[in-house]
Design a protein around this ligand. Structure first.
Ligand SMILES: C[S@@+](CC[C@H](N)C(=O)[O-])C[C@H]1O[C@@H](n2cnc3c(N)ncnc32)[C@H](O)[C@@H]1O
Length: 343
């Protein structure tokens, strides 16, 4: 291990500072249209062209381009034309690309970052700030999970054939914490024999889901209810109940009840399917990179009342509700863990 000195510690903190500035630069570049323009102009654009095409103040645009060059997000040719570095078109350019990270950066900078700057009071009292309290925040939250159906299709079904086969044959699925319905809609399109019911206490997510479902003409097979999982009224009605990046956001005071209601909603032999970020059980694992996403998510969402459970806490929750045969597997090189348990 390299020797630790005041200089190396200063270097560590400076690298965090650079990351912070870089995230703001990218977020601003997305908002101002630079990233889209540069993604479309494969031959590159000078700062002057970029400013003129977007009707912006050229000296500021020049600073943005030079700084993005400094961060090695952009390259520049000998005619002064800036281009996105190789593969940055996937990560920061084409918003349709599943790798595109702009929604995550916008959520971090515009919403979670702002929430944390006002966090001092919450740390004093332990009170919570609501997150899904405006259509904008709700949409920003779901923009980062919009590709969950692809995660199921390409990362989960190949390892869990029976889930895919059941959906192909035709089953009833309950999505608890269904966001704006993106997962149910993606699965409903892929599996025309199955039906889906989604519940979510976030009314903006439910409104977005309703309007997408009806635009796509899926009303016969996809329906949504504006309620928390603790209010689920169903008994022996579903073959699968999913909680996708949702368990950690369910407040502790109702979490047990949600899992109990999910158990009741399932048919005997039905499965609960939980996809969530990994969270360490012991302190030494807080430096294990496999937990990066869970640790960052927990910190960012502290004041929202998020509490990530580690694997033993999740197991206890499931077993106490009556679930058995708990199976775990990593998804996306360990970014997520999939837990499947049977009623
Ligand atoms: C990170 S979002 C994930 C949404 C969706 N599953 C997706 O993948 O896009 C977490 C969701 O959990 C929902 N949630 C929070 N408390 C809940 C509860 N008590 N019951 C059901 N859902 C809840 C939130 O409203 C939010 O929609």
């Amino acid at each position: 291990m390299a020797e630790v000195s005041a200089a190396t510690q200063m270097g560590k903190i400076r690298s965090f500072e650079k990351g912070f500035v870089a995230m703001h630069l990218v977020n601003l570049g997305a908002k101002l249209g630079f990233l889209e323009a540069l993604n479309n102009a494969k031959e590159g654009m000078t700062a002057a062209d970029l400013a003129a095409s977007l009707g912006l103040h050229e000296p500021y645009v020049t600073i943005w381009c030079q700084t993005a060059y400094h961060f090695e997000i952009l390259d520049c040719d000998d005619k002064g034309r800036f281009v996105l570095q190789p593969f940055m078109d996937e990560v920061l350019g084409d918003t349709k690309n599943p790798r595109n990270y702009l929604a995550n950066i916008a959520l971090d900078v515009d919403h979670l970052g702002r929430m944390l700057t006002g966090g001092v009071g919450y740390f004093k009292t332990g009170s919570r700030t609501p997150f899904f309290d405006s259509p904008e925040r709700s949409a920003a939250g779901y923009a980062v999970t919009k590709n969950m159906a692809l995660v199921f299709q390409f990362m989960i079904f190949p390892k869990h054939e029976y889930l895919k086969q059941s959906l192909e044959q035709g089953i009833r699925c309950l999505d608890i914490g269904c966001g704006d319905g993106a997962l149910m809609i993606g699965l409903a399109k892929a599996f025309p024999n199955s039906t889906f019911v989604g519940v979510n206490p976030d009314r903006y997510g439910i409104e977005a889901a309703k309007s997408r479902v009806s635009k796509l003409g899926l009303d016969q097979r996809v329906s949504v209810e504006n309620m928390g999982g603790q209010d689920l009224p169903y008994k022996n009605e579903f073959d699968i109940a999913t909680l996708v990046v949702t368990l950690h956001e369910i407040f502790l005071e109702v979490r047990t009840e949600v899992v109990e209601r999910a158990y009741e909603a399932l048919n005997p032999g039905g499965r609960i399917v939980i996809l969530d970020l990994l969270y360490p059980s012991k302190l030494e694992d807080f430096r294990d990179p496999m937990y990066d996403f869970g640790i960052m998510d927990q910190f960012y969402e502290t004041c929202m009342g998020t509490v990530h459970f580690n694997s033993s806490e999740q197991d206890a929750l499931l077993v106490n509700a009556g679930f058995k045969d708990i199976q775990r597997s990593y998804v996306g090189k360990g970014m997520f863990e999939l837990i499947v348990a049977a009623k």
